[in-house]
Design a binder for this molecule. Structure first.
Ligand code: NAD
Length: 427
């Protein structure tokens, strides 16, 4: 097993999600064209990984230190691309796995990027807005050597947003001595952001779910949907499903799990959450336990929070027809086997949540050309890329009798390794 090739900076004890990524690579390697086999090792090692100390002065005058990371998994197909996560449990292993999934995802939707990811080990809820700004600016300066519009382009991920991207863009620009809008995506519209970017990941999740529903003759109207995570991805997905006539019966976030068999009102839930910062007490729904969420009968289950949420302990309880992975790495390999045995279709992260990076690519192109597209143009192009990618992977899965994840990995890994092989070794 690939644990034998662990780099010295990752131990077996703290291997975390990187182990999942390695298992996925192991599974797909024998299915790749033989000409690519000599290059598979590339996927098992990130190209480069930077660990930085991020010291900031807190509002009370004390100095606090946070650990930050930026990882380039593979840049054979183009500059690195991937989000920045602020979370108290971020580890190097997690960032490596997330960067690896970005390499595959960018290749699956054929955007000309490699895979990268970053993060800071911090609970942002404990920081004031000025502290968050200082943290973001110092982190950006510390990873300055890794990023740039033609090197590596960060974007939002968990607990980061358009404001954080604006601070990153400004910090990078100040360090460079010129305004460089193309260094990050997911920016505010006023700073070269793109229309359609905030909803893009959720829209992509919905498009892949809709295409899967057509394949298995599952009507969307009246379909029951459970969503874990009610942030950028979860909330937008919920809205898209509801607009198509589906019923969002359960939503779970870090604060609580709420349920309504008749369907939750997503707009009022969002309003309540932004005012109260908790789902507890939201109108027209009942609070159920965190555990009960997984057993709620539904047609679509959308994990849109953290990794490994669907695991060997809850996979047997899941009562869904389709799992649509809005989050990155939400299903462990053990859980995936259980879901397959139970005939539950999984639309994998590297396909289902690729709408975000697709519109990030559009944003980057618009910034380079300083010519901005209408929201319609963006959504039409996004729809086309997502539904074509879905169709290609569905066909491959059917032809070669593979799961959708393995088929997506065959497509993604082949594209990455073909580029790697063509480039050859330097020097
Ligand atoms: P976000 O910070 O906007 O929202 C995260 C949500 O998850 C919040 O509602 C939070 O309360 C909830 N959450 C956190 N911990 C939880 C827990 N233990 N149990 C239940 N809920 C929990 O983040 P996001 O940008 O929506 O990202 C969510 C996931 O989607 C991540 O895996 C991210 O990598 C992935 N993703 C995001 C994008 C994007 O464009 N933002 C693109 C592709 C993939």
């Amino acid at each position: 097993m690939s644990l034998a090739v662990l780099p010295s900076y990752i131990s077996r004890e703290n291997i975390g999600p990187w182990h999942i990524f390695l298992q996925q690579v192991e599974k797909v390697a024998p299915l790749l064209d033989k000409s690519l086999w000599p290059w598979v090792e590339t996927l098992r090692r990130p190209k480069r990984a930077l660990i930085v100390d991020v010291p900031i002065r807190l509002d009370n005058g004390e100095i606090a230190h946070f650990e930050g990371y930026r990882v380039h998994h593979n840049t054979s197909r183009g500059p690195g691309k991937g989000g920045v996560r602020f979370h108290q449990d971020v580890t190097l292993s997690e960032v490596m796995a997330l960067a690896g999934w970005m390499s595959i995802k960018n290749a699956v939707v054929n955007v000309p990027f490699g895979g990268a990811k970053g993060g800071i080990r911090v609970d942002p809820r404990q920081l004031s807005q000025p502290e968050l700004e200082r943290l973001t600016r110092r982190y950006t300066s510390e990873i300055d050597m890794m990023i740039g519009p033609d090197k590596d382009i960060p974007a939002p991920d968990m607990n980061t947003n358009a404001q954080v991207m604006a601070w990153m863009m400004d910090t990078y620009s100040m360090n460079q001595g010129r305004t460089s809008t193309g260094v990050v995506t997911g920016k505010p519209l006023s700073l070269g952001g793109s229309l359609g970017r905030p909803d893009a990941t959720g829209r992509g999740v919905f498009v892949t779910a809709r295409e899967a529903a057509k394949k298995i003759d599952l009507p969307l109207i009246g379909a029951r949907v459970c969503i874990q995570g009610f942030g950028n991805v979860g909330e937008a997905s919920a809205r898209m499903f509801a607009a198509a006539g589906a019923r969002i019966v359960a939503v779970q976030d870090v604060s609580a799990t709420v349920f309504n068999a008749a369907g939750l009102d997503i707009a009022s839930l969002k309003r309540y959450l932004s005012e109260q910062r908790t789902l507890i007490g939201a109108p027209d729904c009942e609070v159920i336990t965190e555990d009960a969420f997984w057993a709620v009968p539904c047609e679509f289950l959308v994990p849109a929070a953290l990794e490994s949420q669907i695991n060997q302990f809850n996979a047997g309880k899941i009562n869904a027809r389709v799992v649509v992975e809005g989050a990155n790495g939400p299903t462990t390999p053990e859980a995936e086997d259980i879901l397959a045995e139970r005939n539950i279709l999984v639309i994998p992260d590297v396909l289902a949540n690729a709408g975000g990076v697709t519109v990030s690519y559009f944003e980057w192109v618009q910034d380079f050309s300083s010519f901005f597209w209408s929201e319609d143009e963006i959504n039409v192009r996004l729809e086309r890329i997502m539904s074509e990618a879905f169709e290609a992977i569905w066909q491959l899965a059917a032809e070669r009798q593979l799961s959708l994840r393995t088929a997506a990995f065959v497509v993604g890994c082949s594209r990455v390794l073909q580029a790697r092989a063509m480039r050859g070794l330097y020097p």
